[in-house]
Design a protein. Structure first.
Length: 250
C-alpha cells in the first residue's frame, strides 16, 4: 500500500481522518438550561448594581441643570437691572392698569419670549424657568419653578399698590442675599404653610415635595444669590423667621 504524499497530508489532513464526523465529535449547538440561568443571574446582578448608579447620576444631572437654569434666570435679572437704572426685577411688574408676574415680564423684556410661551396653564414652565427634577404645573398665579422674596423686590400690584424699591447696589453683602429659590409660590411669604413647605422659611419648597420633612438633610433646594452664585442647600439651613433679616433683606 502506497504512503500518502506530503502534499496530501498537509493540505487534506491525515488520510485516516474522519471528515464526515461521528456524532460525539460534532460541535454542540445551543445552551443548557443551567447555562441560561447562570447568564440571566449575571445580567440581573449587573442591572441591580447599575440601576442605583444610573438613578444617582440622573439626579445629579438634574440638580446641575436646575442650578444652570437658575443661574441663567439671574443673568436675565442683571440684564433687566442694566436696562432699568439698576432696579431689582419687581416680583410683580406693572402692565398697563394691571400687573404681570416677574417670570413672564422678565422673559418678555430680556429673553425674547412672549406671554404665550407661558400659556396655557397646567403644563411645565418653559425654558430656564423650569427645574428638571420638579413636577410642578403652572397656574394663573405662578409660571415658574422659582420663587422670590417680596421683601427684596420693587413691587407693583394693582390691588395693593405695594412699592418697595431697591437697586442691586443697595445690597451690601450680595453673596448672602437670596435672589431666587425652588418654590411653588411666586413670592416667598410667611403667610401660609403646608406639609411640604416651611412657614418659617417663607414657603421654600424642598426638591422632594411631599416625601421628606423640612429638617431631613436630603431635602435640598437650589438657591441663587445676588452675587450670581448658585448652590444646593439643605432646606433646614434656611429657617429664618424675621423678614428683615438675611436672606430676605440687605
Amino acid at each position: 500500500m502506497s504512503q500518502p504524499s506530503l502534499f496530501n497530508t498537509f493540505v487534506f489532513g491525515h488520510p485516516n481522518a474522519n471528515w464526515g464526523g461521528d456524532s460525539h465529535r460534532q460541535s454542540r449547538l445551543g445552551f443548557t438550561l443551567i447555562e441560561l440561568l447562570v447568564v440571566i443571574s449575571i445580567i440581573s446582578l449587573l442591572i441591580s448594581i447599575l440601576l442605583p448608579a444610573l438613578a444617582a447620576a440622573r439626579k445629579s444631572a438634574q440638580t446641575l441643570q436646575c442650578g444652570t437654569n437658575q443661574r441663567q434666570v439671574f443673568v436675565a435679572m442683571v440684564t433687566y437691572a442694566q436696562n432699568h437704572n439698576d432696579w431689582i426685577v419687581p416680583t410683580y411688574m406693572q402692565n398697563g392698569n394691571s400687573n404681570r408676574l416677574w417670570s413672564v415680564g422678565l422673559a418678555i423684556e430680556t429673553l425674547n419670549m412672549t406671554a404665550g410661551d407661558f400659556w396655557p396653564t397646567g403644563q411645565r414652565p418653559p425654558g430656564i424657568f423650569a427645574c428638571p427634577s420638579s413636577d410642578y404645573l403652572t397656574t394663573t398665579s405662578h409660571y415658574s419653578d422659582w420663587g422670590r422674596s417680596t421683601w427684596i423686590s420693587r413691587i407693583y400690584h394693582q390691588d395693593y399698590q405695594w412699592h418697595q424699591e431697591l437697586r442691586h447696589t443697595d445690597i451690601k453683602e450680595p453673596g448672602k442675599i437670596l435672589a431666587t429659590t425652588d418654590s411653588r409660590m411666586v413670592t416667598l411669604t410667611s403667610n401660609s404653610s403646608g406639609a411640604d413647605a416651611i412657614n418659617s422659611t417663607f414657603n421654600i419648597w424642598g426638591r422632594h415635595r411631599g416625601s421628606l420633612p423640612p429638617d431631613d438633610p436630603s431635602n435640598v433646594v437650589n438657591i441663587s444669590y445676588f452675587d450670581g452664585h448658585v448652590r444646593a442647600q439643605q432646606i433646614k439651613e434656611l429657617q429664618y423667621v424675621d423678614k428683615n433679616s438675611a436672606p430676605w433683606q440687605p
